[in-house]
Design a protein around this ligand. Sequence first.
Ligand code: E4P
Length: 218
Amino acid sequence: MKFFADTAEIDDIRELAATGLLDGVTTNPSLIAKSGRDFMEVTKEICGIVDGPVSAEVVALDHETMMKEAEILRKLADNVCIKVPLTIDGLKTCRALTGDGTMVNVTLCFSANQALLAAKAGATFVSPFVGRHDDNGFDGMELISDIRLIYDNYDFETEILVASVRHVTHVLESARIGADVMTAPPAVIKALFKHVLTDKGIEGFLADWAKTGQSIIR
Ligand code: E4P
């Protein structure tokens, strides 16, 4: 499963990229606003840090203006992935851009039928928002299972990008289901490394090692 960071914070992206485990980045207008940075500038900078896809979202609602925005965004770098909302105009834009060889992430997906439409429109990625789904009394992970089943039934190549991830269990469940990608806030990705028994184990081994009086580097 690929790991994307859901953030526009450069320091976090650099830190995660340095682990060698980061496959891409997703941003959205709210994350750009939170960063306080210029959209074009920060997107270009992120594209230079990671080799994988960096999602940059259009803000227009009509197909024609979405295409104009996408044209500007895709010139920023080769690894820009245009993010469009799951609307009729968004999917028209998706079809036009992917037909041209541009990566497209269809965002704000909340039903399996919407995901079916995104795949038919040739999306590179579809982003079902599991956390927001859970918040509204639905089962986000059930949505991922349904999409996995449908995509496998028809051999759709669109990758399932689990978004709105809130905790490590969302990541675990996504991997169990066989989602292709998950995008999570840096804090959730960092939490994946942690286990109390790992810390305790290191503590015990180091205490015993100290008793030997040895060092590896001599
Ligand atoms: C996905 O690409 C979105 O940026 C994101 O996951 C939204 O998550 P939120 O529900 O935490 O805002």
